[in-house]
Design a protein around this ligand. Structure first.
Ligand SMILES: [Zn+2]
Length: 349
């Protein structure tokens, strides 16, 4: 079996995927059709091409946050959110994903409230589960640009939905422009969510900010995303690198996202190797598969090619990641699924 097919067929878990950033070109076109049919004014026609950030793109990490306004404009009603959720989940399923935690920031628009926004994603998740075997869960996102009241409101919403549907709403996360806001402002809301039973993941170390990164690691989230500026070689410090190694917090690694936003200069120089060689827990993820024109299987393939990993090592990464999913009840079941695949393809270690 060639590497392309192997990475497609390998059962994988996706643990870092923003709904709006995951919209494919065909999903965006479907949403434009829906908005036209519903008579909702859509001004995105002209610039959906600007949604994709390729490797040679001159836009920076900060510019990337602007492309999301295109996706936001397309997902402005509960129906649009549901369509976007169903089509995106279908694509992950077709790519060999067996479990996904989709994440999204609840938004008010002229057509829906934050609560209706979350309900629509859950509706999409439930509809999809009738159509294919992939298990899907939701992580509610807090945007770093939000004010204190908004942060508390999102935490309340996450807690409320988790109370009603604990089997679907499994976590809360902090994301958005890393140069905006201070982590300590979000600690009370995150702590409340944690006490209510939600798991926590934080975008951590996207930019150099050793003080904040250390506060994040000491907060003991259940996972962190990116973890770039941690080792001294990547703009971090010895102290935070040691803290990360001791913490054994699983890290969601998004290779293409980091390269295309120029957070790291190239795949070859990506900090994956450092994390992998240190034996830290890693979950290969896509971040925004629509914006970065990638897929989860492509991320595994790039990882194998760049760092000379064997099929057995790649499969082992996928297998380990099953233990980092927020729905703890299902960890062993999905892990068995990967083990079965490894045995069948003689890639068991
Ligand atoms: Zn992200």
């Amino acid at each position: 079996m060639d590497l392309y097919t192997f990475c497609r067929e390998l059962p994988k878990v996706e643990l870092h995927a923003h709904l709006n950033g995951s919209l494919s070109k065909s999903t965006m076109m479907e949403l434009q059709r829906y908005l036209a049919d519903s008579g909702i004014r859509d001004e995105t026609n002209a610039f959906t091409d600007e949604f994709v950030l390729g490797a040679g793109d001159t836009r920076t990490l900060s510019d990337c946050f602007q492309v999301f306004s295109i996706a936001h404009a397309l997902t402005c009603t509960p129906e649009a959110i549901e369509i976007a959720t169903c089509l995106t989940l279908q694509e992950f399923q077709a790519d060999g994903c067996c479990y996904i935690e989709l994440r999204s920031t609840p938004r008010n628009t002229p057509h829906m409230t934050k609560e209706q926004c979350v309900a629509a994603i859950l509706q999409g998740i439930q509809k999809s589960s009738l159509q294919h075997p992939m298990e899907s869960r939701l992580i509610i996102s807090i945007n770093r640009s939000s004010n204190k009241d908004e942060v508390e409101e999102i935490a309340d919403l996450a807690i409320e939905f988790h109370r009603k549907q604990p089997e679907l709403v499994v976590g809360i996360e902090l994301s958005g422009n890393p140069t905006v806001g201070e982590f300590k402002m979000f600690v009370p809301a995150l702590t409340r969510a944690k006490l209510a039973g939600l798991k926590i993941t934080l975008h951590c170390g996207e930019v150099c900010n050793p003080k904040e990164i250390l506060e994040m690691i000491e907060f003991r989230p259940d996972r962190i995303g990116h973890a770039i500026c941690i080792h001294p070689k990547y703009g971090g410090t010895k102290e935070i690198w040691t803290a990360l190694c001791k913490s054994s917090i699983p890290i969601e690694v998004c290779l293409t996202s980091n390269v295309n936003t120029k957070s790291v200069p190239s795949y070859d120089s990506h900090h994956f190797k450092l994390l992998y060689d240190a034996g830290l827990p890693i979950a290969i993820s896509t971040d925004d598969k629509g914006v970065f024109a990638t897929s989860l299987s492509q991320e595994y393939r790039i990882c194998a090619d760049t760092f000379n990993l064997s099929k057995a090592q790649i499969a082992q990464l996928a297998r380990n990641a099953c233990q980092f999913v927020f729905d703890t009840r299902i960890r062993n079941k999905i892990q068995e699924h990967v083990t079965e695949f490894m045995n069948k393809n003689n890639t068991a270690i």
